[in-house]
Every structure is written in structure tokens, then in C-alpha cells.
Ligand binder design. Sequence first.
Ligand SMILES: NC(=O)c1ccc[n+]([C@@H]2O[C@H](COP(=O)([O-])OP(=O)(O)OC[C@H]3O[C@@H](n4cnc5c(N)ncnc54)[C@H](O)[C@@H]3O)[C@@H](O)[C@H]2O)c1
Length: 544
Amino acid sequence: MERPTSISPDGVAYPLPKEKDYPKEFKRIEALAAEATKIGQEIVVVMGVGFVGAVMAAIVADTTNAKGKPSKFVIGMQRPSPRSYWKIPVLNQGISPVKAEDPEVDPMIRRCVLEKKTLVATFVYDVLRLADAVIVDVQLDYAKNELGNVRNGHVDMVALEESFDVIARRIKPDCLVLIETTVAPGTTEQVALPAMRKIFRQRGITAEPLLAHSYERVMPGRDYVASIRDFWRVCSGVNEEAKKRVVKFLNEVINTRKFPLTVLDRPIESETAKVVENSYRATILAFLDEWSLFAERNGVDIVKVIKAIKMRPTHSNIIFPGPGIGGYCLPKDGGLGVWANRHILGFEDDTFRITPLAIDINDTRSLHAAQIVRDALRNMNVPIASAEVLILGASYREDVGDTRYSGSEILIRRLTEMGAEIRVHDPYVDRWWEFENQEEYPNQGKAVFFRNQKKLKDLRVLKDLDEAVKGIDALVLAVRHSQYLGLDPEKIVESAGHPIAIIDCFGILNDDAIRRYFELGCEVKGLGRGHIQRIKDQVRRSRG
Ligand SMILES: NC(=O)c1ccc[n+]([C@@H]2O[C@H](COP(=O)([O-])OP(=O)(O)OC[C@H]3O[C@@H](n4cnc5c(N)ncnc54)[C@H](O)[C@@H]3O)[C@@H](O)[C@H]2O)c1
């Protein structure tokens, strides 16, 4: 039988390790850790080297003591799944497994792996035996069984519970275990602590596990590293000793002098803070959805309205929602709270009304975007079925290459269902896994909520904008990437070869550009941009 492989985003196939590789690999890491201990370095295992863990591991590995010498030796530990194993050999070459727009990420990982030699990656769980501290950065997904109904879903606890088991069976009794994963409130004290305590007792350890929680506020993008290292943190521990240890650890690795720590009494408070933080953001975005629709139907430009309101300092964080609210966190974190209320904390009644509603609104906003694409094409006498539609932007927000839960995905799925032919362009995204792998991970994707999705597995992200525009019927501005902010209407229509439908989903077009598109014979529509009709009438009148 052929040996299973894990394929990196640039197409290199790495064979997964065999059973016999494990003892050898453990010996390799053990020897490196022994050297590090000899020179006084603390051994830190980071479990899960994904978007958060890979960069957090590098930040810890870059830590120096008062004399400027590296003070931590970091082992990035990643399970060898076909989906993720490639991250290990890639990291060990000094290459970041996450593509980042932040110029600090690549040199930091290279420096720690190849020069300082304070960062190494591995697949063996047994390295947990060597740890003075373990940081848990594995994912915790919220599975939704229905589109637009977050209550019909569940937290996928299995992998996280397995991690607690794996850790408790191996760590030294006085090892600090810091959970950074965004968890359902109650997880640290009511799931992790009893599970680990039980295993400690089986191992004859009478001490309490030193469990702590401190959540990540990382923002992948230009300030990736700073959003972890130079940013405020909240933390807590299951007892005084755990609290003391986590405070000491974070003081050593994070810039807490400039960004002081907030220490809360109990982990459930730190866990709740994270979930509330993201539910708050999801809610202010969802709240604008109805006003965006109101604006669109009543001659109001929501973009100008928001700008006017923002002048008031108390309202400066009001934001325009694009075509759907994505990223890994906002679509799921509120769901963790709703689920925990019943399944960890045991409440039968419905405490939550606003949080799930906000997520449901955000999850379905892009369906309305698809409707205005259909309507704009109809006004050009082009039926949506078989129209060539170009989507500008695949990622969930501007100037990053992260496509997780992006609004563009739902938009594309709905347009495809209606028969449109889709092209997509994005300067930051090379492969769009949510489509390419939709058949391999059917339960995790959104394809199941739509019909006619099969051909989307062949969707490839285009890189040449001029080429992409050739022959299209509609152009959808879906993400505020800097490349899309100042597009020239003349050039777009010239490249398309004829007047087209322009759909602005993110408040990108200014009034001059909208007017120019109309003058060139195009149709223009936009989410929340009711004033467009006025500009259209003006252009028509001026033509007589
Ligand atoms: N990405 C963000 O922007 C962001 C921001 C703030 C908080 N968070 C939170 O941080 C956590 C991690 O998110 P992420 O974006 O890094 O996820 P990710 O999927 O990129 O990375 C998780 C990694 O953990 C690995 N893993 C899973 N189970 C494992 C196990 N038992 N042992 C070893 N490795 C294992 C996976 O293979 C994967 O590589 C989540 O709880 C997330 O909500 C993420």
C-alpha cells in the first residue's frame, strides 16, 4: 500500500511518519532538550502549530533573559494528520507554516529555528514528558448543522478532551499547562481539571494539575506578531499556584510592561471574557445588517451615515459589515457560550437571545449580496444562469490571505446554485481549500447547504486582474483589499470588453466612480448603498 502523505500548500508531499519513527524522533528531541536544560533554558511545548500556535511558539522561542540570552527552548508539537503533518517538516526548515503579511513572522521563525536553535517541531506526544510548560493551541470547532441557525450545532470537544488526556498522562506534576484555545466557558475547571486530576491520581501524583487559561487576541495580518506579543492579555488559573505560574510565564514572554496583564479570579471568567469580546463584535456587525437593508431601499448611503456617526467618539467602533462576517472566531465563539450554558453548566432555559441571533444574521448576510448580483445582471438583460461573475476577494477581511468562513464563500455557493459561472481573484490567497477539499471534509464545509456545488472543487484563485476581468458580465467587489480600492472604471470596462454589472459589497466605490461606471453604460448596485439610484437618475437625465 502507498504510504499516506501530507501535502503542503505549495504542493510538496511529505510521507507521514511510521510507528518505528517515533522512538528515534523522541530521542532526537530529548537530546536537544537536554542541551537546552544544561544552559538553563526552560522547555516549553506548544501543542498545535496552526495560525496561533506557530507564531506563539516563535515568540516564546525568541524570549531572552536579563542578559539577552535565549531563555526558552520551544518544541512545537503537532499531530501527524494528513491535513497538518506538513507543518512539522516545513517549520524544521525554518519556514513559517502560516502565510503572513506581517514582515516579522518569516525572519522570526527562521532566526529561532536556524540561528538561535530555540525552536523545533515534532509529531511525538512523548515530548510532553520534557516540558516545564505546555501551551495548548489546538483548534476547537463549532459545527453548525444548518445555515443561519447556530443553535442547531455542537462544540466538537473530542480533540480537545483527547489533548487533556494526552497531556495528563505525560507531564511532570509541576508542569504549567496553559490553555490558549478559545473554549466553551467552564471547560478549564469542569472538563480539563477533573480529567487531568483523575489521571494524576492514577499515576500516583497527589499534587493538583497547574492549569491556567489565557486567550489569544491574535489578528492575522500586518500586525500578526504584535497582536500576540505587544498586546493586553487576560489570564487566570485553577488555584493560586497555577495563577502565579501563568503570570510569571506571560511576564517573561509577552510585553506586559507596556501592555499589563489582567488577572481574573477564575478561568471561567477569562474564558467568558474571550467569548463576550467576540460576541460583542459579532453583534455590532449584525445590528448594522438591518440598517444596511433599510439604507439600500430608501435612498440612503450607509457608508456616509457610518462615517458621520463615527465622528462621535463614543460611537467610533461602528463598522460596516461586508458580505458576511468571517474569520475563525466571530462565527463560532458566541456559539461556544450558548452550547456551554446547556452542556457544561446544565441550564435548561434560554439565557441567550442576542448572541445567537447576531451569528445567524452574520452567517446569512452574503445571501442578500447574491440577490443584488442577480438583480444587477437582470437590469443589464443578462440572466444569472450562465453569467460570468468575477469575485474580487476570497479572504474574510482586507489584506490577509485567510479564507476561513469568508463571506465570499457563501456568496459564491449561492451564485453557483443559481447557475452563474464563477471566477475569483485574490492577491493574498493561493489555494482556496474550502472549495478544493469540499469532498474530502464534507461535514466541515458549507457545500452541503447548497445544490450544484460539485464543479466548485476545481475553482482556482486567479492572480492577474486584467486577465480575470476579460469577458465577464459582472464584477463583485467583495473584500477591501488595497488593490481593489482605486480601480479605474475605464480600464475595467475596456478589459471586460463591454459594459458590465458592478456590485459593491464593501462600501468601496466613491460617488465619482459610481457615476463613471453609469456613464460607461454599466449597472451598479451596492450593499447598503441606496443613493446609487440617485446617481443613476442624474446620469440618465444629463444624457437627456
Ligand atoms: N486564528 C485566529 O485568528 C485566532 C484568534 C484568536 C484566537 N484563536 C483561537 O486559537 C485557537 C487555535 O486556532 P488556530 O487558528 O491556530 O487553529 P489551527 O487550526 O490553525 O491550528 C490548530 C492546530 O492544532 C493541531 N492539533 C489539533 N489537535 C491536536 C492535538 N491533539 N495535538 C497536537 N496538535 C493538534 C491541528 O492539526 C492544527 O495544526 C482556537 O481556539 C481559536 O479560536 C484564533
